[in-house]
Design a binder for this molecule. Structure first.
Ligand SMILES: O=C(O)C[C@H](O)C(=O)O
Length: 280
């Protein structure tokens, strides 16, 4: 067994919250710059230029890329040979989120109760997804999620007989319904299979894949390419003001499912699809 202290976890999560909010992943940066070159609408091109200036400015001055610094979604992969010392893992993660948002001067956007709506003033609670893995390491990914895009999440329990084209139709419909709300150019995460909650989690997890990668399975890579082409033909464009760049990428993750079902979920990331990771 290897000991990892809560103190170290808290410090790491703190730093990842600041890093993720201020430094856009390089693959997303490059995709925005590339889209600027290919965008056919002059207004769309100008907006992509503004987005580039914005993320470069944030990067250089360590300022948040967007005013919506999100709810902290934290993916933890815990090696089975790790022994957490000094408290509870979830408390350590939440303490790191609180420190990161308060000390990093990131906007605190979380209310403690969804109906009585009082801001917790430290962006907790975080959403923590824990997976047990082999080994003696602890991997942490912080993915702050803004709610302009989160509110556009769609889930449909498709009939199993509808086939792959109906999955592509549903993805395109979800993006079309979202319009300008998720701040395009977007990243489209899709979860297919499992149960309703598994499909939704896969869709969120799909937003972590680098936007310049494709599915390793040619069958799913083909569906991703078809969905992306149809989404970019919708004409929504950068910030919804028209153009040929609505999405930078479509990523589909799949899982086994029941013979009687075909759950399909879409989770959209805005042009600030952010995440930062560390391995302890
Ligand atoms: O919370 C915000 O700042 C706005 C939100 O991200 C939105 O796009 O509506």
């Amino acid at each position: 067994m290897r000991d990892i202290s809560c103190e170290e976890i808290t410090r790491t999560v703190r730093d990842l919250c600041i890093q993720a909010n201020c430094h856009l992943p390089v693959d997303v940066q490059e995709a925005i710059v590339k889209a600027e070159g290919s965008e056919r609408s002059p207004v769309g091109k100008a907006i992509l230029g503004d987005l580039e200036e914005n993320f470069r400015f944030a990067d250089a001055r360590e300022l948040p890329i967007c005013q919506d610094t999100g709810m902290a979604v934290v993916f933890v992969e815990l090696g089975q040979e790790v022994h957490i010392t000094g408290g509870l893992l979830s408390d350590a993660v939440n303490a790191g989120v609180a420190q990161g948002y308060v000390e990093g001067h990131l906007r605190c956007s979380v209310v403690g109760d969804p109906l009585r709506r009082v801001n917790t003033n430290n962006n907790t609670p975080a959403i923590i997804h824990l997976t047990l893995v082999e080994g003696d390491r602890l991997s942490i990914t912080v993915a702050p999620k803004g709610f302009g895009s989160e509110n556009m999440t769609a889930l449909r329990m498709l009939k199993p007989s509808v086939g792959p084209e109906a999955v592509v139709d549903f993805i395109v419909e979800a993006v079309s319904n979202a319009g300008s709300n998720p701040c395009p150019p977007i990243v489209v995460g899709v979860g297919v299979g499992g149960t309703s909650e598994m499909a939704t989690l896969l869709a969120k997890r799909a937003l972590l894949r680098p936007v310049d990668q494709h599915n390793e399975d040619p069958f799913y890579a083909d569906l991703e390419a078809k969905a992306l082409a149809r989404i970019n033909a919708l004409g929504i464009g950068p910030q919804g003001l028209g153009g040929t760049t609505t999405a930078l990428s479509v990523c589909i993750l799949h899982y086994g499912t029941h013979i009687a079902g075909l759950p399909c979920a879409v989770n959209i990331g805005c042009h600030v699809t952010r995440h930062a990771s560390a391995v302890l």
